[in-house]
Design a protein around this ligand. Sequence first.
Ligand code: AMP
Ligand code: MN
Ligand code: MN
Ligand code: MN
Length: 296
Amino acid sequence: MRIASYNLRVNSPVLNADLHCHSIVSDGTLAPEALAARAKANGVELWALTDHDEVGGQQRARDAALALGLPYLTGTEISVSFAGTTVHIIGLGFDADDTALCAGLAATRGGREQRARDMAAGLAKVGIAGAYEGALQYVSNPELISRTHFARHLVESGVCADTYAVFKRFLTEGKPGYVPHRWARLGDAVRWISEAGGAAVIAHPGRYKFTATEEYALFSEFIAHGGRGVEVVTGSHTSAEYLKYADMAREFDLLASRGSDFHSPNESRVDLGALPWLPGTLSPVWEAIEARVQRP
Ligand code: AMP
Ligand code: MN
Ligand code: MN
Ligand code: MN
């Protein structure tokens, strides 16, 4: 008995699950079908497409994955405002037709067009004209115009050498193209996901500039609202952060997730499926929602 349960906990996280990436439906550069093929080719064994504030690519991603023999979980990444900071909440395994979830996502992405125009106005003040129209050239879903599209435009037009430099000089807090924005509330985002049958997961916690106290508040409130998991192994964490958030997952009794946050072959540091394993002492989110996995 002891040995069996020990083996289960050690072996179960060793699954090449990649539960975080983006397609042209939000700010990625590949179509859902191309991402499915890339995930399969890279050895991914369980996949989720998690476009920002949008489920418009879910059917295509699911159909392509299942046709390739790749198990699939529905996904999205919801923009939330918490303690004055933008926090991302991943939803996994929900019903993508759920009315309240779809309405919540539509409301969350609703402010993006005006925000983008305000960003362009800020950039115009420092001599960069026409950034809104420029960014739009890289957008396939106009409701999802994002900072990433501005970054691509500023790289292609020669203002900066890469997207990292654009964010640093122009698109982060205090910089000319940054516009504060009110996204969804944490409790609403967690509820939309949970009530649609899915599990809510805190995305890349290492990226937020929180104090320890604020971070504890985020985790505590997230759990109070029904949140289930945290990304431990993600393309945006350092190896020190894998350990830190593995500890946090255990301390808060949260399920652990793993995802590359892949956006583009040219821009992303970590490719689909190319991540270290989850530490063996954690409970993987994909086991807890196994019944929600769609299989070929
Ligand atoms: P938005 O939702 O419009 O605020 O855009 C956020 C997106 O910008 C994130 O999902 C990332 O894809 C990208 N992003 C944010 N910060 C950076 C950064 N420092 N370097 C490159 N991309 C970033
Ligand atoms: Mn993104
Ligand atoms: Mn994110
Ligand atoms: Mn992401």
